[in-house]
Design a protein around this ligand. Sequence first.
Ligand code: NAG
Ligand code: NAG
Length: 271
Amino acid sequence: MSTTDEDSVQTTPPTNRLAWRDTNIYGSDTRDTLIGGLWASEGITNAYLYSMLEIICFFTNTFYLYDDRKQLVRKDGQQLRPGNYFVVTTGSISVTDEVPLICAVSLPSGPRVESFRESVFQRDRQCVITGNKAMYAHVGRWMGFEATHIFSLAFERQWNDRNLSRLITVPPANESHGSINSVQNGIMLTCEMHRFFASYELAINPDDNYKIVCFTADLSPFHIAGRHLDQTFIDNPLRPPDDLLRWHFRQAVLVNIKGVGEPTYEDDFPP
Ligand SMILES: *[C@@H]1O[C@H](CO)[C@@H](O)[C@H](O)[C@H]1NC(C)=O
Ligand SMILES: *[C@@H]1O[C@H](CO)[C@@H](O)[C@H](O)[C@H]1NC(C)=O
């Protein structure tokens, strides 16, 4: 694929996400219907299990979760224990057919992206997830960092269809670059974090004080799971709006938790 502004769409054979799960969610205590599952990463609480189920399922009535020991799981801030959980409800459950927007991780290029990168780098000057600083930012050297689109540039058509420019209050310096390239649709990450974020293995939950939520054990060595973004970043009026982070978090839940999970893709970096 040529180096245009588009991310390329990958076609390598996919695998599912069962391999790294330690927690399963079933539709009833007979456990014959797997609704989904996850890896109970640090920072994922009992309340998350409820709210994530509300993303992947529709319920016609109130529902409760019970654990292996047939104990009610309270909707609280306790760390989720790995294991089996099942839903109890007098209503019915249906799993959403909402499909997340997935693309292979690649580094787009072109003049539109150059000015996007510059504005994101100037705002953040460090990885907003790990806190790693760009040591030579003052001379414009950003080796090892990426400006990551929250809503991928590969989906500019969907961005436009959904009128997401309404979330943007600071257009890019050159408005012909499109609102998707606003600094408000970007965060600065290390190259490694860029891959995890763009493949939805990592997300930020704006409804839990910007907690970093990890969906795979691969992220354990970084000690970021369950941490919160820096307050200075949260206070910055140029940072991404909550609705964009919420959209990304929702994709991550659909990708990782629903059913057996979406296929995983190898990274695809253009030569
Ligand atoms: C998007 O905005 C256009 C023009 O403002 C409007 O006609 C259209 O209904 C909007 N679409 C959605 C999905 O909100
Ligand atoms: C804005 O971007 C367009 C497309 O990249 C380019 O043709 C135009 O020269 C740019 N305008 C300015 C003022 O830089």
